[in-house]
Design a protein around this ligand. Structure first.
Ligand SMILES: C[S@@+](CC[C@H](N)C(=O)[O-])C[C@H]1O[C@@H](n2cnc3c(N)ncnc32)[C@H](O)[C@@H]1O
Ligand SMILES: Nc1c(NC[C@H](O)[C@H](O)[C@H](O)CO)[nH]c(=O)[nH]c1=O
Ligand SMILES: N[C@@H](Cc1ccc(O)cc1)C(=O)O
Ligand code: SF4
Length: 461
């Protein structure tokens, strides 16, 4: 193939050896034909589609468009023309974390939170009482879900029993008692309990957080998730997955659990009856084969559990991250790569009904474009955002129902409010002056008009 037809991507194909990479156009054409016929794709097929069959740098834009069209057709066949979103709040409890993932600028070193530290930390910790106030206020405004993902604060323990086991003198426990810190995060059980206001759905405890909540013990992930579920946990975010290939994890998150442990943890959550989501954070040091392998692992997980409600491709936001500062990356995924990841996720994950387009990562224009290329869910109102904003993203922290209606009807699709597990849905009438939310425990149809600037409790309230 001649270079003239290719557009450059940011995929560092030279970094790792490719086990298999197509060298002619034929594997691409074969894979696309299989996808159109609804045949199950192999990991090699996914590589052919994600590379558009090119063996050098770059992809062929005209082929990307063909993959997008096939994904759009599949989306229509699987879920129709509805575009869903959830009325939710992000209440991340603490940014204290010493895991040191190189893609993350959300975290702050835990020692900066200690009372003896000179100067103020740039981070925050919200004790359970504050979490409850923040969630209660948002429930009053009509939300049906709270999502809470946090740093692995050294004073976090599952509960009092866990606190007795954790030994500050044992470096393997990474434990510091609450008294050492200006503000203590309480226990995971206390936080979940605090956030369970009325019937709000609590979406929390990623596999990485679950590992932290059982560190230093022999507790199984199933026991752990059972305890968390009794404390108010309703479903589990499949973040911390990043790219589920260990040679990639060793570069971007060497302190995190490995691929097998991530899968063990999330499968245990599913086994105790919790719905789960799955994500992939791409666009850093990995290549298309890693992306394809990741998709293979998620599809296998779903074959085993049936519990994955949605797949969420998270495009890496690079600006302020250690990976960028250390010169290990000089950008994130290109627009064509984003198109391909969404489209191939839809085509490859034939057992996952919903593919999410993240307006936080993509912005509105690209986010909407993804809804015509395989995605069918447009995330949530979130009311507050820290992870992407701190990494340098600038696409905002809140989406009102009125904006959702405008954006979704603007692309001739049907706006639908959903619950976290997609069980409850409500079509929105574009002519309705009070579009909602309505599915939350205290939603009365009053519009979620404006968001607080941050989810910190305002002094005059
Ligand atoms: C910030 S962590 C918080 C929860 C917990 N500490 C964990 O690692 O599971 C949640 C997820 O945010 C995503 N994330 C973090 N930094 C990001 C970035 N710069 N760009 C895109 N996604 C990012 C990653 O996928 C990560 O697993
Ligand atoms: N993609 C992002 C999400 N997605 C999660 C949703 O907001 C929602 O919690 C989930 O679909 C379950 O209902 N959240 C973020 O904060 N940032 C994202 O980029
Ligand atoms: N934590 C992710 C978003 C996310 C949360 C929950 C999910 O189920 C999926 C994705 C981020 O902002 O980067
Ligand atoms: S991704 Fe999670 S575990 Fe890793 S540094 Fe950030 S907050 Fe800590």
């Amino acid at each position: 193939m001649t270079d003239a037809f290719r557009t450059r991507t940011n995929v560092p194909r030279g970094e790792f050896a490719f086990e298999y990479q197509p060298t002619t156009d034929q594997p691409f054409e074969n894979a696309l034909a299989k996808a159109r016929d609804g045949e199950r794709l192999t990991v090699d097929d996914a590589v052919a589609l994600l590379t558009t069959g090119t063996d050098g740098d770059g992809v062929v834009p005209e082929r990307v468009e063909r993959v997008r069209r096939a994904a759009d057709q599949r989306r229509r066949a699987v879920v129709g023309d509805e575009v869903t979103f959830v009325a939710n709040l992000n209440n991340n409890v603490t940014t204290a974390c010493d895991t040191g993932c190189l893609f993350c600028n959300f975290r702050d070193s835990a020692h900066t939170f200690e009372s003896t530290h000179e100067g103020r930390t740039r981070g925050f910790t919200r004790p359970p009482t504050e979490s409850r106030d923040i969630v209660a206020r948002a429930v009053d405004r009509g939300i049906s879900e709270v999502t809470s993902v946090s740093g692995l604060h050294p004073a976090f323990a599952l509960n009092e029993e866990h606190r007795e086991i954790l030994d500050p003198e044992n470096p393997a426990h990474g434990y510091r008692p609450p008294e050492v810190f200006d503000v203590a995060p309480g226990s995971y059980v206390e936080q979940l309990h605090a956030m369970s206001v009325d019937d709000v759905h609590v979406h929390s405890m990623t596999p990485e957080e679950a590992q932290h909540a059982r560190r230093g013990t022999e507790w199984s992930y199933a026991e752990l998730y059972r305890t968390l579920s009794r404390a108010g946990l309703d479903s589990v975010p499949g973040t911390a997955a990043e790219v589920l290939v260990d040679e990639v994890r060793e570069v971007i998150c060497p302190g995190k659990i490995g691929t097998d442990e991530w899968l063990t943890a999330i499968e245990a959550a599913a086994d105790v009856g919790l719905p789960i989501t799955a994500t992939m954070m791409y666009g850093h040091v990995e290549n298309e084969r890693h992306r394809a392998m990741h998709l293979g692992r998620i599809r296998d997980l779903q074959d085993r559990t049936g519990a994955v409600t949605e797949f969420v491709p998270l495009s890496f936001v690079h600006e302020n991250t250690p990976l960028a500062r250390r010169g290990l990356v000089n950008g994130g995924a290109s627009d064509l790569e984003d198109d391909l990841v969404i489209a191939v996720s839809r085509l490859f994950l034939d057992n996952v009904e919903h593919v999410q387009s993240s307006w936080v990562k993509f912005g509105d224009e690209k986010g909407l474009r993804m809804l015509d290329g395989g995605a069918d869910d447009f995330m949530g109102t979130i009311l507050s955002e820290e992870i992407t904003t701190r990494a340098g993203g600038g696409h905002g922290e809140f989406r009102s129902f009125a904006e959702y209606v405008d954006l979704i009807t603007g692309i001739d699709r049907v706006p639908v409010e959903r619950s976290t597990d997609y069980e409850r849905r409500r079509r929105l009438d574009p002519a309705d002056p009070d579009p909602g939310p309505r599915l939350g425990p205290r939603a009365d149809g009053t519009p979620l008009l404006e968001a607080p600037r941050s989810n910190t409790v305002a002094a005059d309230d």
